[in-house]
Design a protein. Structure first.
Length: 167
């Protein structure tokens, strides 16, 4: 964004069925660089994105208790965050922001808030990130470490303990 962000104007709301068009637009924006490199024609690109978006929505079945949230800035939809809170962990299933809202501190603010909540609950915050994804730098900066990996993804976690206040 060209103007400084007033972080007090960031809010979250529960995602509804009405948000599907925005969800698709957001998902497509996260794949733009990759698809540009492939050089596919528009109709092939759109068909691929539609198929992948439907598959991506499968996380509703995989995480039925998760909070599916729309990130808003001053009432405008700018992103999505899916958080699954279980007895043993907090899991950031997905986080995505529109291109014009990336690298402006919004993701950092959201993650710091979630990290504080996890620390208060005494649980680690875990996530999976695709190898080579630029977001991994943000996660490292916030204290996440690689816990395990597959050929394509890194499993990361952050454990912040709230030390008792000095007397």
């Amino acid at each position: 964004m060209n103007v400084p962000i007033d972080f007090r104007k960031i809010s979250l709301r529960i995602e509804t069925g009405q948000d599907e068009p925005f969800g698709f637009e957001l998902y497509a924006s996260t794949r733009k660089e990759e698809l540009d490199a492939w050089g596919w024609p528009a109709e092939m690109r759109n068909a691929f994105l539609q198929m992948q978006f439907k598959a991506h929505e499968g996380c509703r079945r995989a995480f039925p208790q998760a909070d599916f949230l729309v990130v808003q800035l001053d009432g405008r939809d700018i992103g999505r965050m899916i958080v699954d809170r279980t007895e043993t962990e907090f899991r950031l299933v997905d986080i995505a922001l529109l291109p014009e809202c990336r690298n402006a501190g919004v993701g950092t603010a959201l993650l710091r808030t979630l990290l504080a909540e996890a620390a208060t609950a005494g649980k680690p915050l875990r996530l999976t990130v695709r190898k080579g994804n630029r977001a991994a730098r943000l996660y490292h900066r916030l204290g996440f470490v690689k816990a395990s990996e597959t050929e394509m993804d890194d499993e990361m976690e952050c454990r912040i303990s709230l030390a008792p206040a000095p007397h």
